[in-house]
Design a protein around this ligand. Sequence first.
Ligand SMILES: C[S@@+](CC[C@H](N)C(=O)[O-])C[C@H]1O[C@@H](n2cnc3c(N)ncnc32)[C@H](O)[C@@H]1O
Length: 194
Amino acid sequence: MTLPPYHSEVYQPEADTYLLLETAKTEVHSGEIVLEVGTGSGLISAELQKNAHIFATDINPHACRSAKGMGIEVIRTDLMAGICGNFDLIIFNPPYLPTPPDERINDWLEYALDGGESGRETIENFASDLCRIMTRFGRALVLVSSLTGISEVQKLFAEKGLLCFVVAQKKVEDETLYVIRIMRDLCRCACEEP
Ligand SMILES: C[S@@+](CC[C@H](N)C(=O)[O-])C[C@H]1O[C@@H](n2cnc3c(N)ncnc32)[C@H](O)[C@@H]1O
């Protein structure tokens, strides 16, 4: 696929984008309602849109413009704030790099990369609101890295009454990328269904 030139403050599709895209393609069923949180360029949503109903969000206005240009119905918001509805599949390639305050950069790309000091701050906020918009048998796919701490990420979803498993992984230079699949633990669900 030939990619359009993106705005310099929009995350350019990388190995993490493609690992999540390939995993999402095998996960999504025809006609499902899908939300991509933090769509960036819009590449993943544009590919999934071929056989599902896609909605997307991003906090970065340049990313929203890019995704809109790819034909995606995108809303500028913080994670899924203000989004109502029941989604069959929710996907997110979050900012996951552990970032000390003195290494922060002052532009929109910061939102693509900076996961706070632990690397898990945005993932934690996402986990807290996930059940509200996920159908009873819904799933989420989230990209994380060995730099983020895979067992710590699994623990934070477990604390919300969610099950999570690694469904894809790839070694890239000095990190391993993982896609985790998250579902309600119907035997022990700590979160209310919508
Ligand atoms: C690593 S980039 C991934 C972009 C794209 N999904 C991809 O895989 O190429 C993370 C994206 O999440 C967005 N993002 C970060 N924090 C966000 C938040 N609180 N609410 C909405 N979007 C956010 C960033 O602006 C960025 O576009």
